[in-house]
Structures are given as C-alpha cells and as structure tokens.
Design a protein around this ligand. Sequence first.
Ligand code: NAD
Length: 489
Amino acid sequence: MIGMLNQKHMLEETAMKDHMPSVEPSFRQSVDLMFQRAACLLDISPGLKEKIRVCNSTYTVRFGVRLRGEMHTFTGYRSVHSEHHEPVKGGIRFASDVNQDEVEALAALMSLKCALVEVPFGGSKGGLAINPHDWDEDELERITRRFAYELIKRDLINPAQNVPAPDMGTGEREMAWIADQYKRMHTSDINASACVTGKPLNQGGIAGRIEATGRGVQYALREFFRHPEDIARAGLTGSLDGKRIVVQGLGNVGYHAARFLEEEDGCRVIGIIERDGGLFDERGLSVEAVKSHMMQTGSIQGFAGATFIGKGAALLEEPCDILIPAALEGVITMENAPRIHAPLIIEAGNGPITAGADQFLRERGTVIIPDLYANAGGVTVSYFEWVKNLSHIRFGRMERRREEARHQLLLQGIEELTGQAFPERLKADYLRGASELDMVRSGLDDTMRTGYQQMRAYWHDRDGVEDLRIAGYLIAIERIAANYASAGL
Ligand code: NAD
C-alpha cells in the first residue's frame, strides 16, 4: 500500500514538473508548484513533504466596528503555516483584496524564509481586507485595535506563539497600536513588547527595522556582485556601480532598496512604477525627490524632469540591468514574461513572478534572486527586535564604552611602540564602539551574505538545481524536515 502511495506521489510530482500550468496559477498555486519542483529533488517521505507543504490553520474573523454612525463589518485572517518553531512569525497586511489564498501563500513563504536565513520561527501571515486610505487615523486605530483584540484572545498574537510585523499597508503606527492592545489585555506579561515587531523605537522597537527589508535587498545584490560566475550567468559584467534599475512600488521596501542602491552603490534608477503610473528618466531619477513628491501630492504624477507613463506596468518591460518588483504578487505573468528584458530580477516583494512566468524566464536564462531570500531582511531584523524585547536591554549598551576603552589602549600601545601617531583619518572610526544600528546592520549583512552563499552552493553544485529559487526552497525544506525528524514528529 505504502509502495503504491509512493508511486502515485512520484507520478504526481513528475507530472507537476513536466507540465507547468497552462493557465495562470494563483499565488497559492504558484508557491505550491515551486515547492513541488524542489520537493521532487529531495529524498524525504511523501508524507513528510505533504506535512511541510500544507498550511496548518487559517483563522477567519468577521468583526463589526461602529463608525460614522453605522456598523461596518470587516474580514481578517491569520494563517499559521508551520509551527516547527514557535513563535510563528509573519506580517499583517492591510489591502482591499486580501484573501485566504494570498494569506496562506504568504504564510508558507514565511516558514521557508525563516528556515533559509536561520531565524528560529515558524511561518504565519495575517491580513485585513480594508483600504487604509478609506479611513482617517482615529478610525483606523479603532479597526486595528479591534482586529488585534480578536487575534490576541485566541493567542494568534502572543510573544511566545505568534508575533506579527508590518507588511503592505501597515507600519510602525499599526504595530504600536497592536502592542498597546496586547498590553491592555495582558497587564502582567513582562514580555508583552515582544508580541509584535516593527514597533517605533520608543515602544520597544529596534534601530534599523524600518529600512531592514530594503537594506537586505541591497546587501543581497552586493553579495551577488561578489561572484563573477553568477554575474556572468546573468549576462552582466562589473559591479553594481552604474547598473540601470527599474523598481516597482515606492513603499517601505522599494523606496529603501532603490534609495540605498542609488545613493550608496552608484546605481541609476531609470524607472519607478507606482499604483497610478510610472516615471522614466534614462539619466536616472532621484529616489528621494520622487518619494517626497509622492508624499506631498499623493501621486508620482506631475514629478518634474521625468517622463510620466500612465500604464506604469509597461515599465517592467523596459530594458534595464536589474528589475526590482517591490509591490504586489503576480505582476510578472505568463502573458508579459516574454517581454521582460531585465537579465537579473530581485524579488523584493513576495510572489511577484507567477510559477508559469518563472518557468519561462528560467528557461530563457534570466537570473532571479527569489523572494524567500531577497526580502528576508525584514524578518531577520524583526528577530533581533524580538530578542531585544525579551532581554529588556538595547544591543551594545553594556559593552560599547568598554570596547572603546580597549581600542583606545591598543592605539596608545601602537603609538608608544612605533613612536608614530596613528593616522587621524582612521582613528575616529576605529575608536567608535558599535551602536545598536551598527550591530543590526552587521547581523543583517552576515545573514544576507550567508544565505546567498548557501543558495549558490546548491545552485552550482547540486544535480537538478537549475536556479536560485529551487536552491532556496531545497535548503529550507531540508531544514524544516530535519527539525520535524529530530523532534520525533
Ligand atoms: P508598502 O505598503 O509600504 O508599499 C507598497 C507600495 O506599492 C506602495 O507605495 C503602493 O502605492 C505601491 N503599489 C500598490 N499597488 C501597485 C501597483 N499596482 N503598481 C505599482 N505599485 C503599487 O508595502 P511594503 O511593506 O513595501 O511591501 C511591499 C512588498 O514587500 C509586499 O509583497 C510585502 O509582502 C513584501 N515584504 C515587506 C516587508 C516589510 O518589512 N515591509 C518584508 C518582507 C516582504
């Protein structure tokens, strides 16, 4: 019987591998197809593969809030994909089209992401079907607190079990409301601050969390460009300096990634795509200037000195060196994939490339740095914040001045021994002890370098691994499987 089941599973997997979708798969189906493609290469039992693939649970809540004189009903979700580590971790998204399929796909990606970058969390995700722009701040606070209340009373927000973070449509402000709601409901929980990450600094947040995902994208690209063999695979040459970039989504992730790449790595951001159109300038746009125009006017339209394109998505097809989709899922599809020219795509957002488009691009030789790795900077720094909250002390507070004093001693010794003054230009940098931000950046950089190196080792050395995505999925599934096996499940 077991033999028959195994055979059936193998046939299904072969079919899955050979026959990629003829119609565009949903986000959830895309993640499943990518999972199956990696699972085919793994020598673990079909039963365990299935256990790792499925989403453990999804809670749907419909709650009412009295606003503007009448009752409004809202629908929210919190999905838990895998509890092989607890707490489970994953953002809360506010968007009109949030649905169960999307939240489950995002929760699955969270499990894989955490495993890949060795963050000891299981995967979860939440969403509220709401357009945040429809409500003023007070109303949004009441809706957020009510949603949080529904999740907290079921332990779907809890420092030991389930820890949300920001995602599309949410940020520090919403995380502060959620943390405060949890504290009101658990007045004696000394670890209450750790119930959510991405909080403002004055509410127990950590330096560098806001920009962490964009910073992680920058570190990922820097690591990619340290490997000449990989650069050549993408048909590129040289370093990041001068590379032409198109970015989609100038929100938290896209704005920080594009700004850092422009200001610190010499990249030229030639195209920016937002919900209401796109901007193009071959000479390079100032990301900061476009963002401030967007903040002032609510749109990128009317930005002086660049060409405005009404159908912004057309800019995805613009020839460039690096394409950074950092907004929605499913924007590169079987329909537009043949017209995508970028030789290197880094998935700063979750799920921007459908499984069908992924197959087309892979076969054409496009190098894709996959979402489960590329945007893992956010959860990495969230992990640091959670650890900070549990230890109740800022990173570096005990050792910073001690470190500076020891450096001072060493410099004095060198100067006495050599009879020469230590070069002034190096002195200040060497003497300065690490701040919390320095430590966060160091931990993030290390995580992104290590993650990429592990993926590329699988990509280049392991039979059947055609791309970085499958390398990332393989590493993650292997780690989760090993965890289940050693826990005796
Ligand atoms: P955000 O809400 O801050 O920004 C999203 C941006 O995309 C907004 O500026 C919005 O106007 C724009 N946008 C919406 N629809 C668009 C369209 N059709 N075309 C072009 N632009 C459009 O969200 P975010 O936090 O930056 O998240 C973006 C992506 O990154 C999501 O997939 C999210 O899951 C993923 N992500 C976010 C984090 C994080 O720390 N915030 C971490 C990991 C992954």
